[in-house]
Design a protein. Sequence first.
Lengths: 151, 151, 151
Amino acid sequence: MTTLETAPRAGAPESPTTTSKLSIVMFSGTADKFIPLGVLAQAAAAMGSEVNIFVTGFALHGFTKEHHDLPFPTEFAAMAPALAQGMEAHHVPSWDTMLRQAKELGAKVYACSMMSEVMGLTRDDFGDLVDDVVGAATFVQLAEHGETLFI
Amino acid sequence: MTTLETAPRAGAPESPTTTSKLSIVMFSGTADKFIPLGVLAQAAAAMGSEVNIFVTGFALHGFTKEHHDLPFPTEFAAMAPALAQGMEAHHVPSWDTMLRQAKELGAKVYACSMMSEVMGLTRDDFGDLVDDVVGAATFVQLAEHGETLFI
Amino acid sequence: MTTLETAPRAGAPESPTTTSKLSIVMFSGTADKFIPLGVLAQAAAAMGSEVNIFVTGFALHGFTKEHHDLPFPTEFAAMAPALAQGMEAHHVPSWDTMLRQAKELGAKVYACSMMSEVMGLTRDDFGDLVDDVVGAATFVQLAEHGETLFI
């Protein structure tokens, strides 16, 4: 069994008059939340949706060149080893592998300019997953008339 | 005073050309987050919206037959007893009662196939709240052209 | 450099047939999550979007007249001082200042009637940021056919 079903053919959207668009505000900085980021971005991009991701807050640490250990949520810390084992046993790709697949299909990743400044991060501090550093107003405009998730 | 106002009549949506649709990705596994899941699903279903819930991550523990004690968020642990008392005093239904009401009105609950596998859970491990086990791509397609929340 | 780019002129929406609408369910009660609430509400309102905020759960403590110290998430507690310094150094407005700007542009803030009751809060306990106390069904109806975030 593969981890994701075969996605419907891109270019054959449900409605002929509207293309679908998924926007994700990625704010949470705990390791667990990066899995749904990768899965949902990859699934939506594979379906032919426009995908825009706005990284802000603690989540910016997941996108810097300098490796940061993303913390596990306190309440579920005891489950972390079993979860990591399960991911490996079932060959679940890492979140950044899934995000790269999404990006190959057109997904875009933007770092929040305001929080980058606040955290002392510049464009050069981010790895190649980040396409650009933009303000919230730009992202809100990109996200209009689509579905938007706050993770 | 009832806990929810009288919902508008189902079948009389705001716009004649589009039915509304609420999709919820239920990822968080702390006990507090199950309250808005129940409330929002019930409210949307009572208004005649299509409601689809995709359960993944730690939230899967809330839907297994084997009872799991859902942890309370660390930061608010001191408030848990007062909150539980307030819920009881005001006769707030439990989250699963509200979700059952939503399901009677047509809401559907899907468990994430990938995370179920990772956590060693099969279809038989889930209680009757779960309608099916599906992949993220299926859910993303169901959620298209509606509002989607990530809890 | 300003913290937010110049927002596009209000009244010039992307599509002539649909005005955009951003709805936010504000549930999380940790201090960090109030920053994206302020930023996204302000950015969307400045673009001419209708903005509706539904405050519930622990987030209600951020809106009472009696000042509550909002806790910082346990996992990132060590970063709190550096973040506060960065916010000050870059003259980032506080979340409530940004929310006031959004409200001057038409954004509305509603407290959840059910959770207010559960937490023993009445209309008079809330500060002037709160426009009204309403039920979830009312909010779900307001949010229909727009984008909705759960923070």
